[in-house]
Design a protein around this ligand. Sequence first.
Ligand code: LIP
Length: 271
Amino acid sequence: MATTDALADDLLQLAIDVAREAGELVVTARRSGVEVADRKSSPVDVVTQVDRDSEALIRARLLAARPLDGFLGEEGGRGASESGLTWVVDPIDGTVNFLYGIPHYAVSIAVVEGEPDPQTWSAVAGVVLNPATGELFTARRGGGALLDGRPIRVAEPVPLPEALIGTGFAYSAATRAEQGAAMAHLLPRIRDIRRMGTASLDLCAVASGRTNGYFERTLSAWDHAAGALIAREAGAIVKGAGERQPDRDFLLAAHPGLAPELERLVIEAGA
Ligand code: LIP
């Protein structure tokens, strides 16, 4: 049974409350200093104990409130859904920024309906909180997108040479070499890029008109689950390659009047 708007609003409020509590844990830990706890796909793909502690808190709070829901977290939290809803969580998105003390990272919490697969799920509610600045981006399916409670909209289209485009690079050195070469083709054909280091906030930048578009490869579902809903509710197209939904191969977000041209350029550049 599809989630009603009233239930979606309740789920959104739960996500906001939990994100704020996790955000407080994260920003408090940051003040005490942060160390690398482990490395994942490469020597520069790091995880801190704070990532793990944040995910443990988020999972405990969400499942205490809704024990039949599923859970999919970046740091290994997995749980099958009996309710048809699954929480998709990045406990600290932008971990490298967090590690270095750059105040541009996020707690990202989304709740989706259906299988926890970005190709088939329907996002119901999403929260992206930057605990360092306090900026809170939220959206509920069909309810629009907000920044600190105020409606946000994607920027009107501009000519591609005037477009400010967000992107990011992989943790794999070989992939980064390819991505760097592609920048040489892309850069002279747009206004500039912004590589800010946090996919969820990059999607919220499109949603709030702070950039004209964003694309990235090698993202995980938890990186984009909440930010994609926020960007779509703000009027953006958020897509994968061809007719696919976003996946590890490709994600692109932009105003419908800019997205096709931007996608063509990104593909032409091999970015
Ligand atoms: C990060 C993304 C960022 C991407 C990084 C990394 P993490 O997520 O938010 O956009 O460029 O490579 O994937 O690892 O900090 O959760």
